[in-house]
Design a binder for this molecule. Sequence first.
Ligand SMILES: Cc1cc2nc3c(=O)[nH]c(=O)nc-3n(C[C@H](O)[C@H](O)[C@H](O)COP(=O)(O)O)c2cc1C
Length: 213
Amino acid sequence: MVVDSTDVFDIMGTMRAMRRLKPDPVPDALIAKILRAGTSAPNGANTQRWRFLVIKDQEIKKRVQVIYKRAFDEVVGPRYLNSAPPPGVTKEKYLRQHAAVEYLTDHFHEAPVWIVACLEETAPPTRMSGASIYPAVQNMLLAARALGLGATLTTRHLLYEKDSEAALGLPPGVHSYAILPIGYPMGKFGPVGRGPLSEVVYQDRWGNPYRGV
Ligand SMILES: Cc1cc2nc3c(=O)[nH]c(=O)nc-3n(C[C@H](O)[C@H](O)[C@H](O)COP(=O)(O)O)c2cc1C
């Protein structure tokens, strides 16, 4: 995997969650490029009900960070302590991930820019709703990575959705689906850790190995 390549497969293969970010400002021109990548994504019937809140205001970010940390202390932290490393990830790497998750928890508000990905909804969200915003989220993560910016897809604030959305100042009918803290990374991009395709891909019948991999 080539880390400084612009090939889309290399970008995808090295687009790790970058949780340690420098506080240095990110030019608006780059954020605009990331947002344009977001709105290039597929969305149901092309209704484009996505809305993006760019947050630089330290006070607003801090208000949400307090909720994000509460969710770590009460739910996510204990879960991490009791779970085994996922496929393709060594115990040592998993412990490093845990430390990075804790770091982001404490420094969430220090990321210079957040993009909050939202949907304007006329009916209560269903299982299909996220399908019209997460492609945009993924495009934005890939665009940030291609521009040398670090970012992480986060949804933990939704564990306390009402408090978080009040802190974000979202109007009625608008729901947030992810917060992307974005900034210049402290560390280096590198290959993502994933299990082999043979364990997750089947052919024709569930459990029947797909011979193409
Ligand atoms: C739906 C979803 C929610 C996530 N929420 C968080 C989060 O709240 N905080 C966080 O630090 N990472 C979050 N992540 C990032 C994952 O932890 C990360 O993608 C996973 O551990 C794999 O690591 P990698 O992307 O660096 O390979 C989330 C990812 C997804 C897809």
